[in-house]
Design a protein around this ligand. Sequence first.
Ligand SMILES: C[S@@+](CC[C@H](N)C(=O)[O-])C[C@H]1O[C@@H](n2cnc3c(N)ncnc32)[C@H](O)[C@@H]1O
Length: 355
Amino acid sequence: MAMKMPSAERLEQKEARPFTEEHIGMTELLPDFRMDLRNPDPAGLDRFIKANQVHDWSLLTWKDVGRPHRVEEMAKTRTDWESSHQKTMSVHHSWEHFNRSFHEWFVKDVPKEFKENRSSLARHLLRFNLKEVKAGLGETLRLSLWNYAQRIEDGVWDPRGKRALFQGLDVHKPRILFLGAAEGYEAMQLTAMYPGGEVVLVDYDEFCKTDRYGDFPNTYPFLGSNPVTGNAKVWYKDEMNIHYIVDDIRNLSFGKEFDIVISVGLLEHFPDEIKNEVMEWHRKFLKPGGYAILTTPRNQWRTRFYYHVMADVMNYMYRELMNIEQMGLYVYENGFDILRHGFIKVHNGIVAQPR
Ligand SMILES: C[S@@+](CC[C@H](N)C(=O)[O-])C[C@H]1O[C@@H](n2cnc3c(N)ncnc32)[C@H](O)[C@@H]1O
């Protein structure tokens, strides 16, 4: 019997949404990211988070936990800019640099770049161009680290760790507000797990809307749930109800209307005297009973090494690396009860509610 040819429309959709429920349980290393649809069963997710080690936050003091580690090394672009302008780069301007520089890495075809690096290194070596050889070796080191952190380990997005942190929330079709959203990854993961609601991404850098979120691959499969059957389902960015607001978080005029307010890598960019303001941002838009979710990068040697090797890509602004006890104390002391806390591959994570 002759096989029925798929229609052009079906083929187009397959290209745009290459993974379906048939791929659940699988992972594959793609040129720019890892597709990871493993571990669909929520019960098995707990092994991807080291959770709930502190039993009573009221007993913990700063004397017990020590202070966060401050990353002092700055990107050369920033130090050059500051010495030529004879002033400090503003926080907003620093984020603009960071977002452009970080984004370049997300869109790399890593195997192709490795190949190109190798052949240009060989050319420079043959001609004894030592300056270029040194620069090429630095680039190869950064590429290897990125390949490991983002593709092989999948530590930046860490879908299984994030799902472990986000699971078990008592929400139905939630409205989700992402503060300092950049590309918006975690809110997309949340809305895949708790579908049918709305996502509002907020970032004051327009580039985040146009490029970081705009270029986020439509082909990235998020493992979530099917609202009709409750079974696992693969979701894509273009199936989600997402709005992007380009503005300062301080200007938002929302009331207490969100079920979830999330930030990823925001709290550690503010020194202690501003941390209460940042925590207030997480409180003021939450409905009663809503959840604040925060993650920050862990203070571990691998992370410190990453921010050293990737300094010219990442280090444009004030940054602390903390452990989960330090992060938890900031959250607890600023008036939140901590419902779940723990660490995943490279992040600390907390789910909390205003007291
Ligand atoms: C470190 S990024 C978040 C980490 C992100 N997941 C990433 O991959 O880059 C923090 C984001 O918050 C934004 N941001 C910082 N302060 C803000 C403010 N006051 N209002 C709006 N956006 C802000 C920055 O522009 C930046 O895109």
